[in-house]
Design a protein around this ligand. Sequence first.
Ligand code: FE
Length: 172
Amino acid sequence: MRISILFVLLALLGSCTAQTPEKKTTAPAGNPYYSRTDTTVLQVSNATWKKILPDSVYVVARESDTERPFTGKYWNFEGLGTYYCAVCGNALFRSDGKFASSCGWPSFFETMRPTSVTYKQDHSYGMERIEVNCGRCGSHLGHLFDDGPPPTGKRYCMNSVVLDFVPDATGN
Ligand code: FE
């Protein structure tokens, strides 16, 4: 009898300790392509993404929509950690590459890795802009401008809804 109680206690303890850090790296429900470690380039159709992604993410990521300024969850956010692609989990930016911009969208002066993103000329709306896309899944993230701070002088103007922030481990 005592032994079985001990097993129950051990099982409960195990289920509690296994949760916290791992949970942050778990893929969103129903998205088999999401990984924060796999850097394989994805070729997934919009029809498939449409079934997987929330509408708010899909319209920005796959239809190049732009969220309204000063409305996203990260434009005024200063947490320490890493920003991943909300579509596929690709590591995009570190918080120390982010700066306080008055534009109303989360702004960064550098990407985490040169391959984190890809670039494309964007002629839409009568403007000449550089579109920034995820280097793994090709999703639209935002645009790149030349009015950022040193050392790069770049401003990666991103949409919060396609970013997925994970705070640094606090060491406890
Ligand atoms: Fe992605």
